[in-house]
Design a protein around this ligand. Sequence first.
Ligand code: LLP
Length: 381
Amino acid sequence: MLSALSAYQRGLAGHPSQICYAVKANPSLAVIQLMAQAGCGFDVVSGGEIARVLAAGGLASRIVFSGVGKTRSEMVDALCAGIGCFNVESVPELELLDQVAHNMGLRAPVSLRVNPDVDAKTHAYIATGQKVNKFGIAHDDVLSAYQRAAAMPGLDIKGIACHIGSQITVIDPYLSAIDRMMDLVLAIHAAGIRLSHLDLGGGLGINYNGETPPDAEQLLRQILARLDARGFGDLTLMIEPGRSLVGNAGVCLTEVLYLKPGDPKNFCIVNAAMNDLPRPAMYQAFHQMVPVCVRPDPLVTWDVVGPVCESGDWLGRDRLLAVEQGDLLAVLSAGAYCMSMASNYNSRSRAAELMVDGPNAHLIRSREALSDQMRHERLLA
Ligand code: LLP
């Protein structure tokens, strides 16, 4: 995690910048705490994520608040906390934020999130920067939205933002996005509105199954060179990486409950399921699996599945493994969007989490108890 972060820090060295860790990838308090200690700011998408950042010692002034559906009460809480910037995603949101801030006697720091209409070349569910996606303000409407924002007394324009998708494994979409963003910055400056930062979002992919995503340091150097070449060297570059900081730092350990060989499928039933690690069920995502104890037995092809009552509850298909009942399997690259998307489906309690630092392991989240699951429920009187 920290070595992935240092690649970003090296790439940005010597340039005004801020790394805002995307909390949704892994919102564990201890993860946020380490990121804060390493100087990160945070990209958040809810009042809950703001509360987590503050509880873990992150600075409110380094929070950027993204998301298409911020509520009035989230706006109030974010303004009270003194967050760094709202990344506003529509004109009605601008109007509400102006009203809320004005009523509080404040000016809300804002960027507009642009939908740059760039193909991030990733899974459709995690592409966010094209016209068909709900995110951001359409490229063609951005200048007039800035002009409206500039006339609103409750807003203080700070910058411009975009985020084109997730698990991006090629450089071109980033370069197209930065070019389109710089065209907009030029037009906005020409209209007499000054921007002090450009937030390029997150999205850099990781290696799940032999992908070769660009190196963060090199990617940032190319982006900065493009900014400098167009005379925008004094704009603070902000980025919002999530997966690429934590994804490969986590594994999900699971026990083989039963082996059920058959025709045409052999099923290896483990005690983790789609509620713990939803990415395969949701995106047909691939996570490597490694037996913790290596057996000399011949390899057999297994579908690794969980106990949840759905045929979509699988963690890996057609995996060559030598395993026996009671063995532990490590599901790799589980540090991002696994625990953060876990649920209690089938009334299954969420797992415990440990943070490992060299020879030391720290319990950072206890295993959920059944009483935790039922805590907020009431029987009828
Ligand atoms: N900034 C914004 C505004 C975002 O919406 C996201 C992710 C990020 C930053 C961080 O992106 P990253 O660097 O982690 O790619 N659950 C999906 C991923 C959803 C990503 C949503 N937005 C998955 O498991 O693949």
